[in-house]
Ligand binder design. Sequence first.
Ligand code: NAD
Ligand code: GLY
Length: 349
Amino acid sequence: MQVDITLKKTVDNSYSIVIDEIPKIHFDTKVAIVTNPKVAGLHLGYLLSRISAKELYIITVPDGEEYKNQQSVDTILESLFNHRFNRKSMLIAFGGGVIGDMTGYVSSIYQRGIDFIQIPTTLLSQVDASVGGKTGMNNSYGKNLIGAFHQPRAVYIDPYFLTTLPTREFGAGVAEIVKMAVTFNKDFFEFLEKADLKDPKVLQEAIKQAVQTKASVVAQDEKEHGLRAALNYGHTFGHVIENETQYKQYLHGEAVAIGMVMANETAIKMNLMDEKEASRVISLLKKYDLPTTYKIKDIRSFYETFFLDKKSSDDKITFILPVGIGGVKITDDIPLGTIMCVLNKFEAI
Ligand code: NAD
Ligand code: GLY
């Protein structure tokens, strides 16, 4: 006996990403702004001058990647239950990618899913984490291993928040911008080569182009069945570097910067990129003081750590390799000898 259920796709999850000063918005519902003490201290006053609601609550969780965990998720849930949030209530993620991912995750599970809005305050979260609906948290097995795809109702990217961002955090965001350009948009890469992202107008244009690139990829492959994996360029190597250095030495974007250089070396060996193109990527990363090299201590252990990557399965590792500048190839078919040759190069540094 069998009963089939045919689900009609009636829900349109499309949304707008506004890159400008946050407009004045009033919500006729219960709203909770989820943030951390640092972001609240710097910018909550400004946000509250733009956002109002029938009932407005502020929920703070401790600042840091180490708090992107079940305990913080429980803190947020607890507050929603205490304030009797219902399915029409709304969450606002106000902070960097840590706050964005966790708030999105809570909104995906609270009463089986409520709406949320992203108001990202770091460059990395403005150009990457706030767009595309990946939400989640970490656990003892690794980063972002628990989560859901849950798209925000809107994203408000206000470059004003970046005026207080520390230089290293700014650079980490630039790495993700470079990632989008190398993999999908040669003209954008050439724009970045000439641009000074410290100039607010130029930065706003770069944010727009990065977001457009990401939005177009997500529109084609929301749940990462194919193309979206390309946004992980630099991450296969970068995650190993973060893991080996216990997430202490490098910011995520910095590890991705080194990871892109390693991916480029692999692409050179696979005749997908030439040395000159790889040097241009390094020069662009160096312009924002991003690290571009890393001494591998033990290539066997480095290689084994690849298998913790979500994109790896069984004995296959998925690599995202640039094809020149502006193109990308997703492949799990790189000869072991080629990978070892690349790792050897970084061991010999
Ligand atoms: P973060 O959220 O930890 O922010 C970095 C630091 O900057 C924090 O101390 C934060 O409090 C502070 N900060 C935030 N805004 C500030 C401001 N305007 N001025 C001064 N300080 C400010 O880190 P992040 O780099 O924004 O995000 C990293 C997280 O994003 C990771 O957890 C990563 O897994 C996730 N991520 C998610 C996606 C996705 O698609 N969902 C994509 C990329 C990264
Ligand atoms: N940051 C990768 C993605 O959103 O798919």
